[in-house]
Structures are given as structure tokens and as C-alpha cells.
Design a protein around this ligand. Structure first.
Ligand code: BGC
Length: 469
């Protein structure tokens, strides 16, 4: 397989792969945008279609997560059966249709349905975007290219805050949703023109087309193309010898470690509390003494900017330092900041600096997440599963992620009333300690290795090593 560095002079390779990754990552932008836009829009939906009970408001927010669960369950089987490209195209269509339904809705019921449809798109995109990029990327830049997805998620969240602010003077909540049709169109048109991934093509009997795509991703280097084909072929032979077909494949003993790692990271990414900050930062800061309004808007923007900034740092570091060091450093930072956040609430009940200290803790927490569990979870689940069931296995991990997201979002305010801020953030900190130990003992390094080498390692049947450094 290509090492990237052995293709010296193939600028064409990098350009094609980069453009393809950037277009596909528009799916990540939509993921972030559609999860973030509701916080600004809800205020005006309440006025326009209201009065709305707390339950209905909660439903408007969280039904997207239910849709994402359904999208995640179905996405893997679709991606394995019909290909990564058609699944991404389907996600684009669903994003556009969902945006139209919500933007034009006459009633709150149809609005809820539209948010569910948007959720389907988010669930599909969340697994097919990393999957597509991982399968076209060379090993030495795969981390950065797949993490473009996470970068676009964070940019999507930030843009949704900004669009929310921009349309506030005209109370234009319908416009806030309608704007998402633009990136959906970019994703749809882009996927229409981009090729299917070489790995899916080869696995499904289109060897010549797989070669043609590899020629483009490898800048026409024939020797590299043949080597890569050989590696895919070798791993396919092993798969055929070792496996049954269908979902039963997911239960094979050799797959267990990879399933535990993927599902474990999926759950830990959520139950360490990230979306209590992304969705509820204003609530927390209000409790820390900020007056509602301007300061809170500014701080939400601050959270968004720190998230984007540190994700850029992660994209830059992920193929250099590796996945494990980023996880270990970042999760440690999350534990420290959550502990301090709890402490600030405990010690500083009437201190005027409470708000400032709480903001500092939130910033450290977001920065730590952004260099670790944020990008590394979505990257790793695109790397650690065997080719012939990669989609289905990613579905499981993605499903666990959206399910945990739903539970955490639903229970956060209940936990606060039961245990207070301090108890709640210390609970997340304790879970962070377990997460760190999980990473330390179970999560392997995948930096710089081909997908086929990673697969062979889990199977215990090494393939001839490539010259990846
Ligand atoms: C997570 C989302 C989260 C986002 C924040 C993603 O990796 O899956 O739940 O809202 O990061 O940046």
C-alpha cells in the first residue's frame, strides 16, 4: 500500500484525495450545524408556534438524536451493500429534505417530524463520512484527512451559533434551518461526481474500477496501485477463509477486541459530558452568575471557537504524535477541568469570580476534548474493523454514540437537580478516569499503518508489512 512518501512528486494524488475528503466532510458540517442550530432557533419557535410545554421543547431538541440512532443503525448495512458513495448521496438528499420540512413547517408536529428526518441524515453522515475518507486516504495522512470530518463538525456548530445570531433581529428561525440546504447541495453534487472507494469496489467484484480509482488517489503510480490491490486481495482471502456471512460476522471472537474498543470509545465520548457543554453551556454559565443574554451568547461563541481551534491542532498532530498520546493527554485534561469546574461551584458560591473561573474550566475542557475523544473516536472506528463488515461494525459504534448522547442530554438537567453542579461534574470526572484507564489498557496505536495491516493484527494473521514508516 502507498506510504504517501513513496509517491514523491504525485501532487495530483494529494490534491485529488484532499478535495475528495473536503467535499465528503461537508457531511460533518451538516452534522454539526443541525445539532447546533436548535439552541438559537428554539427561542423563536417557542414564540411562533407556541406556547410549547417543556416536554414538547425537549422533544424538538432530542428527536434529532432519535433520528440519528436510526440513521446510524441503517447506515452501515447500506454502506456495505450499496457503497459508501450512494450512502453519502442519500444522506445529502435527506439533509436537504429535512431542512425544507423544518423551514416550511406549518405545525409543531411537522417540525418534530422534520427534526427526526434531519437526525436520519446526521446518523448516516456520522458513519459514512469517516468511512469514505478512511478508504481513499493514504496511511500517513489518514488521521488528518478523516479528522477533517470532526473539524467540519465543530465548524458546523460554530456557524450555527453565528447564523442564529445573524437571524435574531428578524426572528428568522425558518431561515436558520433553510441555510443548511446549501451545504447539503454541495455534498450531494460532490458525491455524485466523486468515485466509490477502491476498497468497496474491490470487495464487491469491481477490480478494474478499483484500480482506476487507486490510480487517481495514488497519482498514477502503477507499482503502488498493484501493491495496494495485492494487500486488499490478501486480506480478502483471509476474510473468506475465516468467516460466515451477515451480521453473525460481528460475533466472531477475533472481532471482539475491536468491537469493545469502538463501542467503548463511542460511549465514553458521550458520557464524559461533552454535549452538556455544547448544548447547555449557557445554562451552566447562568448558574455561575452570568446574566442571561449578551455574555452568554459571547461565551457560547467562545466555546465554539475554542472547539474549532483545538480541533485544527488535533488535525495537525494526529499523524505525528499518534492517536494514543492525544487521547491520554486530552482525557487527562478533561478530568482535571471537570474536577475543577465542580470545585469552582463548590467553593465559590458567592464569589464574583465564579463566572470567570467556570468559563476557564469550560474552555480547558473543550480544548481537551477537541484534541482527543472528539476526533479520535470517529477516526478509530473507521480504522479498526475488517473491510467486509466495516460499515456494519461502524454502525454499532455509531449507534452506541448516538444512544449515549441521547441519554446524557436527557438526564443532565435531572442530575443537576439531584446532585447539584458539583456532584454532576465530579461524576463526569470520575467517568473520565475510567475512560483514561480504558484507553491506556485497551486502545492500540493505528498511526501510519494501512487499514489492511491493522485488520491483520486483530486477526492475528500478519500481512506482508508495507514500507510505512
Ligand atoms: C461528538 C458530538 C459533539 C461534537 C462536539 C463530536 O465528535 O460526536 O456529540 O457534539 O463532537 O465537537
Amino acid at each position: 500500500m502507498s506510504t504517501g512518501n513513496s509517491n514523491a512528486g504525485s501532487g495530483e494524488q494529494t490534491t485529488f484525495v484532499k478535495v475528495a475528503a473536503a467535499i465528503t466532510a461537508t457531511g460533518g458540517l451538516l452534522f454539526g450545524y443541525d445539532t447546533g442550530v436548535i439552541s438559537g432557533a428554539l427561542l423563536f419557535i417557542r414564540e411562533d408556534l407556541g406556547p410549547l410545554s417543556d416536554l414538547v421543547q425537549g422533544l424538538i431538541v432530542s428527536v434529532l438524536l432519535v433520528g440519528a440512532v436510526v440513521g446510524a443503525i441503517s447506515g452501515g448495512a447500506l454502506a456495505d451493500r450499496f457503497g459508501r458513495r450512494w450512502t453519502a448521496l442519500l444522506a445529502a438528499i435527506i439533509f436537504a429534505v429535512g431542512a425544507l420540512i423544518v423551514a416550511l413547517t406549518p405545525t409543531v408536529e411537522i417540525l418534530i417530524f422534520g427534526r427526526f428526518v434531519l437526525g436520519l441524515g446526521v446518523g448516516l453522515a456520522s458513519l459514512v463520512v469517516p468511512l469514505y475518507i478512511a478508504e481513499i486516504a493514504p496511511p500517513d495522512t489518514r488521521g488528518a484527512l478523516v479528522s477533517l470530518n470532526q473539524l467540519m463538525i465543530t465548524i458546523g456548530i460554530l456557524v450555527s451559533y453565528l447564523v442564529g445570531v445573524a437571524f435574531t433581529p428578524i426572528e428568522g428561525w425558518r431561515w436558520m434551518f433553510a441555510v443548511a440546504i446549501i451545504p447539503a447541495a454541495v455534498l450531494g453534487v460532490g458525491m455524485f461526481y466523486l468515485p466509490e472507494t477502491p476498497r468497496w469496489l474491490y470487495e464487491n467484484g469491481f477490480a478494474e474500477r478499483a484500480r482506476n480509482v487507486l490510480r487517481r488517489t495514488l497519482g498514477g503510480n502503477e507499482a503502488e496501485v498493484e501493491r495496494e490491490i495485492e494487500e486488499i486481495e490478501e486480506i480478502r482471502r483471509v476474510e473468506e477463509e475465516q468467516e460466515q456471512v451477515g451480521y453473525a460476522e460481528l460475533l466472531q471472537p477475533f472481532l471482539r477486541p475491536a468491537l469493545i474498543i469502538g463501542i467503548g470509545l463511542a460511549i465514553f465520548q458521550q458520557i464524559t459530558g461533552i454535549n452538556t457543554v455544547i448544548y447547555y453551556a449557557p445554562t451552566t454559565l447562568e448558574a455561575a452568575g452570568f446574566s442571561p443574554g449578551g455574555a452568554i451568547v459571547a461565551t457560547s461563541l467562545g466555546v465554539g471557537v475554542v472547539n474549532v481551534g483545538f480541533t485544527i491542532l488535533a488535525v495537525w498532530l494526529i499523524d505525528k504524535l499518534g492517536r494514543r498520546p492525544l487521547l491520554l493527554i486530552g482525557v487527562a485534561g478533561m478530568v482535571v477541568s471537570l474536577f475543577m469546574l465542580g470545585l469552582v461551584f463548590r467553593l465559590g458560591a458567592d464569589s464574583p469570580s465564579l463566572g470567570v473561573l467556570a468559563t476557564g474550566c469550560l474552555a480547558l475542557y473543550i480544548a481537551s476534548f477537541a484534541i482527543s475523544l472528539g476526533p479520535v473516536f470517529w477516526l478509530m472506528i473507521s480504522e479498526i474493523y475488517p473491510l467486509n463488515i466495516r460499515g456494519k461494525a461502524m454502525s454499532m459504534a455509531s449507534l452506541a454514540n448516538w444512544g449515549s448522547n441521547f441519554i446524557v442530554s436527557l438526564t443532565f438537567l435531572l442530575l443537576i437537580s439531584a446532585f447539584g453542579q458539583t456532584g454532576t461534574f465530579w461524576l463526569y470526572a470520575a467517568i473520565g478516569v475510567i475512560t483514561w484507564l480504558f484507553v491506556y489498557f485497551l486502545v492500540p496505536e493505528t498511526k501510519g499503518r494501512t487499514l489492511e495491516e491493522i485488520e491483520a493484527d486483530f486477526r492475528g494473521t500478519p500481512v506482508a508489512p508495507s514500507d510505512v514508516g
